[in-house]
Design a binder for this molecule. Structure first.
Ligand SMILES: [Zn+2]
Length: 147
């Protein structure tokens, strides 16, 4: 239809990578439903992204089948990173939805390989952000979430 915005898959950089694999020679693993490649702006060497092959905005809209496929490929990538890079840990990060600072609107899981001495200091940052709710507040909040 003239004048209408392009379908999400045409505007989406990850869908473009999936259609034209020559754009992503730094891919690392693939299954029928999911694809993994290195992040152009890695927090650590080997920092990879795992995405569903179907254009999916975020966790609220991913199908259970695609989420399982992404999760399975995350495990595969984790093993590949430890084997090939000698890393000893990982952090997984997913930004999902408008409140999450998601920047590419095709669901992706960051797999960030870690070592004890890599200096990323995620725990130090975390400690500056955590709250200190009372036990009563935690109970009230958990009741609200269980409803
Ligand atoms: Zn997409």
């Amino acid at each position: 239809m003239p004048g209408s915005p392009p379908p999400a898959t045409e505007a989406c950089i990850f869908c473009r990578l999936l259609r034209d694999r020559s754009m992503v020679p730094y891919w690392v693993a693939e299954t029928e439903r999911a694809f993994a490649f290195l992040d152009l702006r890695p927090l650590r060497p080997g920092h990879a992204l795992v995405i569903p092959k179907t254009h999916t905005l975020d966790l609220a809209s991913v199908s259970p089948e695609d989420w399982r496929a992404v999760s399975d490929l995350v495990l595969d990538v984790q093993r590949r990173l430890r084997r090939s890079l000698g890393t000893t840990g990982e952090n997984l990060v997913v930004a999902s939805g408008p409140g999450s600072e998601q920047s590419v609107f095709h669901l992706h899981v960051h797999v960030i390989p870690r070592t004890e001495t890599d200096g990323l200091a995620l725990s130090a940052w975390w400690e500056t952000k955590v709250g200190q709710p009372s036990r009563e507040e935690l109970v009230r909040l958990s009741e609200r979430v269980r409803r």
